[in-house]
Every structure is written in structure tokens, then in C-alpha cells.
Design a protein. Structure first.
Length: 314
């Protein structure tokens, strides 16, 4: 009788009791849910490869993780506590493969708790090709021009060639590697600069590092120039005498820095004859002397002498 009475009381108003139980269960679940926090984190993707195969298709360098768990644990996790990995070491042939993304937990992420972690995307499709290695020439990339009056005579690259590695199909067409741009606009003397190599393809890597040294040899530009006609000027002639007839013109060929040539003013070059030795009227031949600004080297001039017809001044 007692057992029967107990069952009667248990199932008395059972719809109400079931409803109360369901509400209590929902409240418990809701309480647990409200204690959970959600956070997103971006981590680098680590690709583990065999010795002979490398990716021949691009893939994301970082992946997005969704963390859900108790607030204290979720917000203590740092990037170094989680590692996203795809392991390709078991593949030995070229082809296209879909591989899952594995998550490795460390630090706070490995502690016991309610932490849930999901990764986006959960798998990646990767094309694998045979790894190729090749030696290619290094070429300097320059921008701008050295200032007027200067010239970049040559560049010396150290090393002059580098080894690159990557998927066979990407390596085959590469014959040279260029550097980052070097600005020449203010270079008036020799220079040495450490610069980076620029990869022509994100899947191609430099085996010996990506830094090279560029040495530039800058020289002042020297030009050869002929000035024709050039005035002939007579100086030192005694006031008792005068010259009969017009003076001819001459020419001067010089070697000069371009910067000095561009600053040359009209009339700064001439051929001069010293007539101070004239003591009587008549015909006399005197040597000519070139007159040029500093920095001008005279290679030749014509005429080298001049015949003067000297008369008494009126």
C-alpha cells in the first residue's frame, strides 16, 4: 500500500511536474550558456612538407579560429597557444590533395575546461609539385637619375647570383631576380647599400637569404666640346698704333666636366694675342693664347698664331 501510495503521489499532476522539470533544465542550460564567451583569433598556418614536394598553388598564410568557453580561459589564450597545421609529409607524388587543418594546443589552450575551438576553413586543397632548385642572376632595380653632371658608371652586386627554390613549374621560367628599387636622384659619389631581393612568385623562396649588397660607382661626367667661332682679342697694343683690317675668329676644343660646361657664360672663352712687343708699324706674326675658365682643359685651338698689320694711329 505504501509503494502504491508513493507512485500515486509521484504521478499526481504529472503534466505540471514535467513542465517544471523542463523549465528547470532550460534555466540550467541557459545559465551555462551565459557563462560562455566567444572570441575570434587569427593564427599563422604551418605547412609541414616532405623533402621532395612543395606547394604549387597558393594557400592562406593565416587562418581564423573561433574560441568558445569560460571567459577566464578564453581571454587568457594568446596566439602562441594555438597552432594551425597541415601535414603533407605523407604524400610522395605530385597531385592535388585535400587535407584537414589540425589544431595543436599549448599553454592556456591545453588546460582542462569547456573550451571549444573551430577553424575556418576546416580543410585546404593543395597542389603539390616536385621541388626544384636553380641559380639565377641578380639584377639591380634603380629609379630616378643621378644629378646632372654625374653618371652611374657601373654597379657591382654581391652576390651576383642566388639560388631559388620552389615548385618545378614556377622555377623553370625564372632567369633573373631583381632587387628593390634604389633611388639614384641624390647620388654624387660611390655608394654601398644592402637591399632586399624581390621574389617573382610567392611560392619561390631564396635559399641563402633575401639580402644582397649593391655597390654603385658614380663619376663626374666629362665631355669634349669644340667652341667655334671664338673671338680673337688683341691686348697690350701701344696707343701710337692701330690694326689694319678685321680680326678673324678661331676655335677651341676643350675637355670639361658637364656641370662646369652648363655654367659657362657667353664670352668666357677667347683667343688672346699680346701685342705689347709691337714697336713700329708693319707686319708682325704673334702667337695666340687660349683664355678659358678654371676646370677647362684645352686640347687644341686654331689658329695658333696671327699675322697683324700694324699702322700708325691717325
Amino acid at each position: 500500500m505504501k509503494i502504491k501510495s508513493w507512485f500515486q503521489r509521484l504521478f499526481q499532476n504529472w503534466p505540471v511536474k514535467v513542465l517544471c522539470f523542463a523549465v528547470a533544465l532550460l534555466l540550467l542550460v541557459f545559465h551555462d550558456i551565459t557563462r560562455l564567451e566567444e572570441r575570434f583569433l587569427t593564427v599563422p598556418l604551418e605547412v609541414r612538407l616532405s623533402a621532395n614536394l612543395v606547394p604549387a598553388s597558393t594557400y592562406p598564410q593565416q587562418l581564423r579560429l573561433r574560441l568558445r568557453g569560460e571567459s577566464e580561459q578564453v581571454f587568457r589564450i594568446v596566439e602562441d597557444d594555438l597552432r594551425a597545421v597541415i601535414d603533407l609529409r605523407d604524400f610522395s607524388r605530385e597531385g592535388v590533395y585535400r587535407v584537414p587543418v589540425d589544431l595543436e594546443r599549448r599553454g592556456a589552450a591545453a588546460e582542462p575546461g569547456t573550451l571549444e575551438i573551430s577553424v575556418e576553413p576546416e580543410s585546404l586543397e593543395i597542389t603539390l609539385e616536385e621541388k626544384a632548385i636553380k641559380s639565377v642572376e641578380v639584377v639591380a632595380s634603380t629609379s630616378g637619375f643621378v644629378p646632372t653632371g654625374y653618371s652611374l658608371e657601373r654597379t657591382i652586386m654581391t652576390p651576383s647570383a642566388v639560388e631559388i627554390q620552389g615548385p618545378r613549374s614556377r622555377i623553370e621560367g625564372v632567369e633573373q631576380i631583381r632587387t628593390e628599387d634604389v633611388d639614384l636622384s641624390s647620388r654624387r659619389e660611390d655608394f654601398t647599400e644592402r637591399i632586399r631581393l624581390v621574389s617573382p612568385d610567392p611560392l619561390i623562396a631564396f635559399r641563402g637569404g633575401e639580402i644582397v649588397e649593391l655597390r654603385g660607382i658614380v663619376e663626374e661626367r666629362v665631355v669634349l666640346e669644340t667652341f667655334d667661332p671664338v673671338d680673337i682679342v688683341v691686348s697690350g697694343l701701344d696707343q701710337r698704333f692701330s690694326l689694319d683690317g678685321e680680326l678673324p675668329s678661331g676655335s677651341i676644343r676643350v675637355q670639361v666636366r658637364q656641370i662646369d660646361l652648363e655654367g659657362l657664360a657667353p664670352g668666357e672663352l677667347e683667343l688672346s694675342v699680346d701685342a705689347s712687343a709691337v714697336s713700329a708699324p708693319g707686319t708682325i706674326r704673334l702667337p695666340l693664347r687660349p683664355v678659358v675658365p678654371p676646370g677647362f682643359v684645352v686640347l687644341r685651338y686654331e689658329p695658333t698664331s696671327l699675322q697683324l698689320n700694324v699702322t700708325a694711329a691717325p
